[in-house]
Design a protein around this ligand. Structure first.
Ligand code: ZN
Length: 226
């Protein structure tokens, strides 16, 4: 299965989380029904609203860890290799967004900035928003320093635990779910794929922490073909 999909994202949106069996660049090279737009990911919480007539090469040069659109035949995406990819959509407004949240993006509440962009800039109702939390490093795999642990705990105290060694571990997927609920997204409309990039039993994903280097990244994308 080269692409993972979330049941919470309704038909009408094409979406997916790639595995390491897929070359993200090749995935959209052949498609004529969807053009992919990504921002330059810099671990912040800035947003781009894509209109569809931009040059994808200009958009990817613009710093943005959140990319959203309400245009048909436009897909928005983020790439990750342990950080949390989150896909959002609001069917009634035909709007969608892709969010990249490592620990920095998580504590800067990037996912809430994404929800706010759908609501304030693209006319969505927050109770119509669906969210899919894709493959990302799990809490037990993600040991962090006390400084990072304190910042994550300030957002969601339950997202930080202590491992057997006494070192702190951060569960960023849980933290982003907490942020989505706090923003008003109904819990029943939030799906965590519960896949860890580092300890996945089948080794389906690129993982920066497991490989100790960046060998490749997963793409998460969402868009309306028409
Ligand atoms: Zn893990």
């Amino acid at each position: 299965m080269p692409l993972l999909r979330a049941g919470v994202i309704p038909a009408g949106f094409d979406h997916g989380f790639t595995t390491r069996d897929v070359d993200p660049d090749a995935l959209f090279a052949q498609r004529t029904d969807l053009r992919l737009f990504r921002g330059l990911q810099v671990h912040r919480a800035d947003v781009i609203v894509v209109q569809g007539d931009e040059d994808p090469y200009d958009v990817v040069a613009e710093a943005a860890d959140i990319v959203c659109t309400a245009r048909a035949r436009v897909a928005v995406g983020v790439v990750t290799a342990d950080c949390v990819p989150i896909l959002l959509c609001a069917p009634a407004a035909a709007a969608c967004a892709a969010v990249h949240a490592g620990w920095r993006g998580t504590v800067q509440r990037a996912v809430q900035v994404g929800v706010a962009a759908l609501v304030k800039r693209l006319g969505a109702r927050v109770d119509d928003v669906r969210a899919a939390i894709g493959p990302a490093i799990c809490g037990p795999c993600y040991e962090v320093g006390d400084d990072v642990a304190a910042e994550v705990a300030a957002v969601d105290p339950g997202a930080v635990t202590r491992g057997p060694s006494g070192r702190a571990h951060a569960d960023l997927r849980r933290c982003n779910r907490t942020l989505l609920c706090a923003a008003g997204v109904p819990a029943a409309q939030i799906e965590d794929l519960h896949a860890c990039t580092r300890c996945d039993p089948a080794g389906r994903f690129h993982s920066y922490r497991r490989n100790r280097e960046l060998r490749g990244e997963q793409l998460a994308f969402i868009g309306r073909p028409g």
